[in-house]
Design a protein around this ligand. Structure first.
Ligand SMILES: Cc1cc2nc3c(=O)[nH]c(=O)nc-3n(C[C@H](O)[C@H](O)[C@H](O)COP(=O)(O)O)c2cc1C
Length: 164
């Protein structure tokens, strides 16, 4: 490896991201993990993408399910961010409110400020990650009157958006 991995994390940590929980359901069991590498990809066809570690067990199960739902976390969702990022937590859904998406049945988390329900369209090798692209089959955002506020991640910490 030609670069210092710690420095890679530090430099890339200076790029702020939103925080999502990508969910799926396999044989009736909900799956979910915290993902910051979510991105919009294409309008026509409507594609979004994210990059899970190749070695992720949760990704393997979502891949098997063939579909996923991206949940955009709200400002107050610190707990969801951390609990869905810990391999040691066996069932991160315990005590968490959610409902199955109408089309794929993937969990929509209560309070998510936006969600996109997708079928897996393409999986591209990208080093130690996969670049997963999903075709949006259904989506929604919070009502503007509810003043939706996102959770943000920057230099290893969670924070909130403030408009200029
Ligand atoms: C803010 C945040 C963003 C994350 N983004 C990603 C990501 O984009 N890709 C990824 O593979 N893991 C990401 N993770 C780590 C995964 O959530 C974690 O490795 C995963 O839940 C472990 O799943 P596993 O038990 O299947 O390995 C992120 C964690 C946090 C806290």
């Amino acid at each position: 490896m030609s670069i210092d991995p710690m420095k890679y994390r530090q430099v890339l940590g200076h790029f702020p991201t939103g925080v999502t929980v990508v969910t799926g359901a396999l044989d009736g069991t909900p799956i979910g993990f915290t993902i910051g590498s979510f991105t919009s990809v294409s309008l026509d066809p409507p594609l979004v993408g994210f990059l899970p570690m190749v070695s992720s067990d949760r990704w393997q199960r979502i891949r098997e399910a063939g579909a996923f739902c991206v949940n955009v976390l709200a400002r107050e969702h610190d707990d969801l961010c951390w609990r869905f990022s810990k391999t040691s937590i066996d069932d991160p859904f315990e005590g968490v409110g959610w409902s199955p998406s109408p089309v794929t049945g993937s969990p929509i988390l209560d309070g998510a400020i936006a969600w996109m329900d997708c079928t897996i369209d393409q999986v591209v090798d990208a080093g130690d990650h996969h670049f997963v692209m999903g075709l949006i089959v259904d989506f929604e955002h919070a009502h503007p009157d509810s003043d939706p506020q996102p959770l943000l991640f920057f230099r290893g910490q969670l924070g909130e958006f403030s408009a200029h």
